[in-house]
Write a protein that binds this ligand. Structure first.
Ligand SMILES: C[S@@+](CC[C@H](N)C(=O)[O-])C[C@H]1O[C@@H](n2cnc3c(N)ncnc32)[C@H](O)[C@@H]1O
Length: 253
């Protein structure tokens, strides 16, 4: 059913990092293990990513998506938040500034170290695989768990289920991700794609990521025991398509 073991490269599409309306051209790259290649790309790209985030070079984040996730989190008035795939920790710092206890977890040691060095004391180093297997203790009873552009792999259901188990009663999961329609660039189906980071400063390794249609997102949440309670499409007023998809889900009864 899915396009496994290969990556469709859509050049000029709305990318993970920025938005572009140029028409895609399609080529296919062999990829025997995109899931581990994905995390490996973050090990390679960590320094360039820190520079990109901290220099504010990702326009869609400054204009739309940073504010969107902050508002979605704050609107639930959580006391304690887990930031899954926290990267260099910008959201941890933003939440702390707003008086919210924020704990981070990420699978890349350089990013975790950068988050800690920037002032976030509670940042765990763990891969999603380790979180699924519960081999690392990252705390529990979170009022809210958020994942900001951090669910990029295909097999997300076990991770969503593991996060579901860490929520406090009344808690919620907030996911911001690429808007599947905007990012699909005319090929609206589940499947591996590739982010090439074209146009960004630094040395980047291409990153495979898994495009999931809207119905596929909702099905994955459902299979992880979660129920969609809100869906937003954050958009800049001068852009023709949304910058992201924002999903809020709660444990199903
Ligand atoms: C696009 S970055 C987003 C970082 C952060 N949430 C932000 O908003 O800047 C994706 C993050 O997911 C993390 N990640 C990707 N795959 C992972 C895995 N298998 N285990 C743990 N972390 C992973 C990466 O290390 C990276 O920090």
């Amino acid at each position: 059913m899915y396009l496994t073991n290969r990556v469709i490269v859509l050049r000029g599409q709305a990318s993970l990092l920025h938005y572009s309306v140029t028409q895609p051209t399609t080529s296919v790259t062999d990829m025997s293990d995109p899931e581990s290649c994905l995390l490996q790309s973050w090990h390679h790209n960590a320094r360039s990513w820190i520079e990109a985030i901290r220099s504010g070079s990702i326009e869609s984040r400054l204009q739309v998506t940073d504010q969107a996730i902050l508002l979605a989190v704050q609107s639930r008035q959580p006391e304690c938040v887990l930031d899954l795939g926290c990267g260099e920790g910008w959201l941890l710092r933003a939440l702390a500034e707003r008086g919210i206890d924020a704990v981070g977890v990420d699978g890349d040691a350089t990013l975790v170290e950068a988050a800690r060095a920037a002032g976030s004391s509670m940042v765990h180093l763990a891969s999603y695989e380790q979180l699924v297997e519960a081999t690392v203790d990252i705390g529990r009873d979170y009022d809210l768990i958020c994942a900001n552009f951090a669910l990029l792999h295909q097999d997300i259901i076990p991770l969503l289920a593991a996060m579901n188990a860490l929520l406090a009663p009344g808690g919620a999961l907030v996911i911001q991700t690429l808007h599947p329609w905007s990012a699909a660039a005319g090929d609206y189906q589940d499947g591996w794609r590739e982010e090439t980071f074209t146009g960004f400063k630094g040395h980047w390794q291409p990153m495979p990521w898994y495009l999931r249609t809207l119905s596929s997102w909702i099905r994955a949440l459902d299979m992880a025991g979660l129920r969609l309670t809100d869906l937003q499409e954050p958009q800049h007023p001068q852009r023709p398509v949304p910058q992201s998809l924002l999903l809020v889900a709660e444990p199903r009864g």
